[in-house]
Design a protein around this ligand. Structure first.
Ligand SMILES: Nc1ncnc2c1ncn2[C@@H]1O[C@H](COP(=O)(O)OP(=O)(O)OP(=O)(O)O)[C@@H](O)[C@H]1O
Ligand SMILES: NC(=O)c1ccc[n+]([C@@H]2O[C@H](COP(=O)(O)O)[C@@H](O)[C@H]2O)c1
Ligand SMILES: [Zn+2]
Length: 239
């Protein structure tokens, strides 16, 4: 919330494997946008930032495939974009580093990145400074991973929540309110965390899509037909 008349200019960024992209990956952006627009934010755009190959998660297909699938998935959206920046670095980037890079590029009027130009183009005026805020959008399982020992630096969690802000979409099997209550750090920073309930609950996950594909079962309507055609043409996720 801000106290002046203008709504806060906000961009949402989701990080993850997107292995493969699912309809829920796009849904979380729609849910977050609706929520923020009712709460005094002007949502200028969304960015999906797939993780580097060196993240090394079991079964992760190449960034080349994941970026191509994501670009196919967002073809139906006029506001969600794909950033390949993380995948183009020497190695894995911490989420705090990725947020820092993307926020800087979004506020740079001379940015060379297409997603930055497109999002800036949604501004009615391009008064300098652009004052575009970036928030991390995630499902409740990602915030719960903050508690995994050694996975996230405390200083990164503090930086992400206090300098960017979090929008957390509830996911079955997780309880983000309780998780925040159990963390002194997150309780202190609570006003920068928005929890958005997903009332039309849906269990779609990339893991379940990979499992079904591995078993030769249909995954139609869990992801877009364009992504599905790409998976089939390139024979991905079959053992
Ligand atoms: N059904 C869902 N509800 C809420 N958030 C989701 C859902 N599916 C994915 N997300 C969120 O999307 C982001 C990217 O997640 P990720 O690429 O890990 O997808 P996933 O479906 O969880 O995949 P996997 O099963 O491989 O872990 C994360 O913040 C995750 O919490
Ligand atoms: N310390 C960190 O910044 C940190 C730790 C663990 C995961 N992450 C990110 O969270 C995402 C997790 O993705 P998955 O849920 O697909 O494993 C990835 O984008 C990864 O880079 C960041
Ligand atoms: Zn996941």
């Amino acid at each position: 919330m801000n106290n002046c008349l203008k709504p806060t200019r906000t961009v949402l960024m989701a990080v993850g494997s997107f292995n493969p992209p699912t309809n829920m990956h796009l849904r979380i952006f729609e849910l977050a946008k609706d929520f923020l627009q009712k709460n005094d934010h002007e949502v200028l755009g969304g960015i999906i930032s797939p993780v580097h190959d060196q993240y090394g998660k079991k079964g992760l297909v190449s960034a080349n495939h994941r970026c191509t699938m994501l670009k196919l998935a967002v073809e139906t959206s006029n506001w969600i974009n794909v950033s390949e920046w993380e995948t183009q670095q020497e190695g894995w980037s911490r989420t705090a580093e990725s947020l820092q890079f993307h926020k800087k590029a979004l506020n740079d009027v001379n940015s060379e990145y297409n997603w930055a130009k497109k999002i800036q183009g949604n501004l009615l005026d391009r008064e300098f400074p652009l004052n575009i805020n970036l928030k991390l959008l995630c499902g409740a399982d990602l915030i719960e991973s903050f508690a995994v020992p050694g996975l996230w630096k405390d200083e990164d969690i503090e930086n992400i929540v206090s300098n960017y802000g979090l929008v957390v979409i509830s996911r079955s099997g997780s309880n983000p309110q309780q998780f925040i209550y159990e963390s002194d750090l997150l309780t202190r920073l609570q006003r920068n965390i928005s929890i958005v309930p997903e009332w039309i609950t849906n269990e779609i996950s990339s893991t379940k899509i990979r499992r079904a594909l591995g078993r030769g079962e249909s995954v139609r309507y869990l992801t877009s037909d364009s992504v599905l055609n790409y998976i089939q043409t390139n024979r991905l996720y079959i053992q």
